[in-house]
Ligand binder design. Structure first.
Ligand SMILES: [Zn+2]
Length: 324
């Protein structure tokens, strides 16, 4: 039996463990869906170009609209059922950017912002709701046409399916999320951190990459460690997962013990990768020479788990507040 409670550990991750009831069975009930879109307790979550609607003014809060407030938008786009919490049913709607009437109607309530820029000011439930809305809208935007025959597809079942309009095809398509691994590789008291050339100066993180067809997640951990850093890994332990709608990933977090430590940037995805002791991490973070990934990310959680297991104190005391 594993000693790790994976649910509890994943619940530490932003966007995970939302109490929202996804109402899977209700998605097929068109009458019920229509009734919810007339109910004043329903809330609409607008998404435009991957950004969420944030209310004007301070403090920062999400602009969640009643069907009345969102009437112009609901006339122009198909809502996607997200689920319910208590008596409130939530729908995401993809905002048509070119529709001046919709733009004018929404401008009254807020402006569109990147979730990464505002998450720290939102409560966990709202953050998760916005991430979920963003992920669903992204999938719809990229599946307007059938992947089998190229005909137009239409949203069905509250947005949890798209059906090809070509009767001869009729293919059904379902929302997808892309599994990616993220792994903290350690050797003795050191951990491997690398940086991509496009990152801000001083930013380092752990190894990550998409799982490819024909691989287990653990196979992907071994491959990515080798491709990005030339490092062989031995024992691999799953830790936790995180929905990561930037734009459509599911991050699977691992810790892995290095079986070799010589670094070789095989695929050039990283421009540098080094082994850091906890003392070096503490010292460099204090001096501002090392910028770890923001606390919104599972990479931060994994680095924190590793760091806090040593004698250098708590990472949370070194890294104050979110820094994206
Ligand atoms: Zn088709």
């Amino acid at each position: 039996m594993s000693a790790i409670n994976h649910f509890e550990r994943s619940a530490l991750n932003y966007f995970a463990a939302s109490p929202l009831d996804r109402l899977t069975v209700k998605r097929r009930d068109d009458g019920w869906l229509s009734a919810q879109l007339l109910s004043p307790s329903t809330r609409i979550v607008p998404v435009q170009n991957g950004q969420n609607l944030i209310a004007h003014g301070e403090p920062t809060r999400a602009a969640l609209l009643t069907p009345d407030e969102a009437a112009t938008l609901l006339n122009a786009a198909t809502p996607i059922l997200l689920g319910a919490l208590a008596d409130v049913v939530y729908f995401a709607v993809d905002v048509p950017e070119e529709d001046a009437q919709v733009q004018a109607a929404l401008a009254e309530y807020g402006s569109f912002r990147e979730l990464r820029a505002v998450y720290a000011d939102l409560d966990r439930f709202t953050g998760a709701l916005m991430a979920y809305a963003k992920g669903m809208v992204y999938w719809h935007q990229r599946h307007k046409y059938c992947g089998d025959c190229g005909s137009r597809s239409l949203s069905a079942e509250g947005g949890f399916m798209r059906v090809c309009t070509n009767e001869a095809c009729g293919a059904k398509h379902f929302p997808r999320t892309d599994p990616a691994i993220i792994v903290l590789i350690y050797a003795g008291d050191k951990c491997l951190l690398g940086r991509q050339p496009t990152w801000p100066p001083g930013r380092y993180s752990i190894i990550a990459g998409f799982v490819e067809p024909g691989e287990s997640a653990e196979d992907a951990v071994k491959r990515e460690a080798m491709e990005e850093a030339g490092v062989h890994v031995g024992r691999i332990e799953y830790q936790a997962s995180q929905p990561w709608p930037f734009p459509s990933s599911l991050m699977l977090g691992y810790m892995a013990e290095a079986a070799s430590t010589e670094v070789d940037l095989v695929d050039d995805e990283l421009e540098a990768a080094y082994w850091f002791t906890r003392a070096q991490v503490a010292d460099m973070v204090r001096k501002g020479d090392l910028k770890l990934p923001p606390d919104i990310s599972i990479s931060h959680r994994l680095i924190e788990r590793w760091f806090d297991a040593g004698d250098e104190g708590k990472l949370a005391d070194l890294v104050k507040g979110p820094a994206w």
